[in-house]
Design a protein around this ligand. Structure first.
Ligand code: FE2
Length: 390
């Protein structure tokens, strides 16, 4: 496995955002405004970023239509977002899949559902990697008790999506809904497909407890840690800050552990259902801090191949909250109207110092701790390198 260094890449806010494409010539007013808009967007200042992008567009050579549209969507202005997408699709050559997807989001907000679906279809037809658009096509079908439409929608996607992470996860639910239990359990086996690996830090850290205490401090003091509305808890998106001592050591362990997990695929039967492991990838991490009634709803990691979570600190339980803070693997009830799939679910009590790994298509969630103490975890992915990230 060749691991790419994510520090050398642009720090995108999320997979939802377009990578910067700065138009020549550099260092002019349009470029300065575009960079300013990107920085404002990175800081969550959508209104100010939109104002700056508006000005930059008037100066010519503007390419950041996706980021511009994203701002308007975040501001609850889908009409404006739609107009930006339309201008971008006419005026900015290159990868248009993000613009089609954001156009779909704007149309969906405007309750123009058929047009939204068509926009998402264009996004997936434009590239082999429009996983967010693919998810947007499949998501509305998850709560249909009859899995027929969901399965058909999975199969109608372009061939490149046939065994991608998001389609594999959604197909498993469709098969379960249809009573095709054996096929569904082939895709989601909560005993065989979940691995746990303990970390032993280098001796200079003075043991796992002191290592985790240092890592917890690094996460709690991380400059990117803030409350994220979409998650419903505090999260730091970039742990590889200059001052970090524990995180780089943990990152090495996570890379090795991912490689070891992949080496176990034949024994676990995962080689039969996953595409071959990528030859190159990158380690994507974050720091999740949940307290009290905060939870993490059911989700899968659609841009990843293998995912996992390293538990850093766990509140001391008071006995009344037996499931508090548990990682629940297999549950997808948040998106399926409470549907319990045929593979069941598995509670994993978080243990500091242990990494739990699973293929990225398996849904999972986190139960609230109901504790004032933080539950700190480092979710991680083997992210696949897709062409526009190079
Ligand atoms: Fe996750």
């Amino acid at each position: 496995m060749h691991w790419h260094d994510t520090r050398s890449w642009p720090k995108s806010l999320s997979n939802a955002l377009q990578k910067p494409q700065i138009a020549a010539p550099p260092a002019d007013e349009a470029t300065r405004l575009t960079k300013l808009g990107e920085n404002l967007l990175r800081g969550g200042k959508h209104g100010e970023a939109a104002t700056v992008f508006e000005r930059a567009e008037t100066l010519g050579g503007f390419r950041q239509f996706a980021n511009f549209a994203f701002c308007y969507l975040a501001l609850g202005r889908p009409d404006s977002a739609l107009a930006v997408c339309d201008r971008g699709l006419v005026g900015a050559p290159g990868d248009s899949s993000d613009l089609h997807r954001l156009r779909g989001d704007a149309l969906a907000s405007l309750k123009r559902k058929a047009e939204a679906r068509e926009a998402y279809r264009r996004a997936v037809a434009t590239t082999d990697y429009a996983y967010t658009a693919a998810e947007s096509l499949l998501l509305p079908l998850l709560s249909d008790p009859d899995g027929t439409h969901l399965l058909a929608a999975c199969e109608e996607l372009p061939a490149a999506y046939a065994n991608c992470t998001v389609v594999r996860g959604f197909r498993a639910i469709a098969l379960s809904r249809l009573g095709r239990t054996e096929e569904a359990k082939m895709l989601v086996d909560l005993d065989r497909y979940v691995g746990q690996f303990s970390f032993e830090p280098p001796v200079e850290f003075g043991g796992i407890e002191r290592f985790n205490a240092l890592l917890a401090t690094e996460i709690l003091l991380n400059p990117t840690l803030h409350y994220i509305e979409a998650y419903g808890f505090h999260r730091a998106e970039h742990l590889d800050v200059k001052e970090a001592r524990a995180f780089p050591v943990l990152a090495k362990f996570l890379q090795t552990t991912i490689e070891n997990f992949i080496a176990e695929f034949p024994r676990r039967g995962l080689d039969a259902i996953l595409p071959p492991a990528p030859m190159e990838g990158y380690l994507k991490t974050a720091g999740n801090v949940v307290r009290g009634k905060e939870s993490h709803h059911s989700h899968l990691h659609k841009f990843a191949y293998v995912s996992g979570v390293y538990h850093v600190t766990v509140p001391t339980q008071d006995g009344a909250e037996a499931r508090g803070g548990s990682l629940v693997i297999g549950a997808c009830d948040d998106f399926t109207g409470g549907y319990a799939p045929c593979w069941g679910s598995r509670d994993i009590r978080p243990k500091p110092g242990v990494a739990t790994l699973l293929p990225s298509h398996i849904f999972h969630s986190v139960v609230p701790t109901n504790s004032t103490q933080p539950r700190i975890a480092v979710p991680f992915d083997l992210g696949m390198v897709i062409p526009h990230q190079r």
